[in-house]
Design a protein around this ligand. Structure first.
Ligand code: URA
Length: 192
């Protein structure tokens, strides 16, 4: 599998593998450093992301930017994408068949970026990356290893906006990400 970014962007743009493409304004691929050692995976584009063609630019995106800033990471130094590239109607959770249809694109993004650490944001990213039996409440804050990459999950920023009492757990998870980057001597290179 040696897809280039240009080829992948074309494939995503042309994709009609599931019905989500019928209701979205545009596909939203991902942003950030395409060679970042840290990759973040959210769920799918919301209203603002769908309109602007950018990931995490709505209210949840603002919180994500603040979360990264709390460990001194500028957004443009990491790579951020989603499990699905088209906005689900009314921001509903993507269905299993939609996640399955979009997963090859996510896997190609991972193959291109080759991150050392992956930070999963919320239960949908957990399901896609770790498997359908994993629950965010049980697996957050724990390291998993897949294909030489370290993977950890935390609550989705939108969930934190709904229930800010969980923020202290996400702060602990963010510190685990920072410490792993430090342990792999990758942190200093990400600082502004
Ligand atoms: N929520 C997501 O999961 N991804 C986005 O890009 C925006 C909101």
């Amino acid at each position: 599998m040696h897809t280039s970014w240009a080829q992948l962007a074309r494939e995503v743009s042309d994709c009609t593998a599931c019905p989500l493409c019928e209701g979205c304004t545009q596909k939203v691929m991902g942003q950030g450093d395409p060679k970042a050692p840290l990759m973040l995976i959210g769920e799918g584009p919301g209203e603002q992301e769908d309109l602007q063609g950018l990931v995490f630019v709505g209210r949840a995106g603002d919180l994500l930017t603040k979360m990264l800033a709390a460990i001194h990471l500028p957004r443009d130094r990491v790579y951020i994408c989603n499990t699905v590239k088209c906005r689900p109607p009314k921001n509903r959770t993507p269905k299993p068949a939609e996640l399955e249809a979009c997963q090859p694109f996510l896997l190609q993004q991972i193959a291109l970026v080759q991150p050392k650490v992956i930070f999963l944001l919320g239960s949908t990213a957990v399901r896609v990356m770790l498997g359908p039996n994993y629950r965010i409440t049980q697996c957050r804050g724990q390291w998993f290893e897949r294909g030489g990459m370290k993977i950890i999950a935390t609550f989705h920023p939108a969930a934190l906006l709904r229930d800010p009492r969980r923020k202290h757990e996400t702060w602990a998870d963010l510190q685990m990400v920072r410490d792993e980057l430090k342990a792999q001597s990758l942190y200093a290179g990400l600082l502004p």
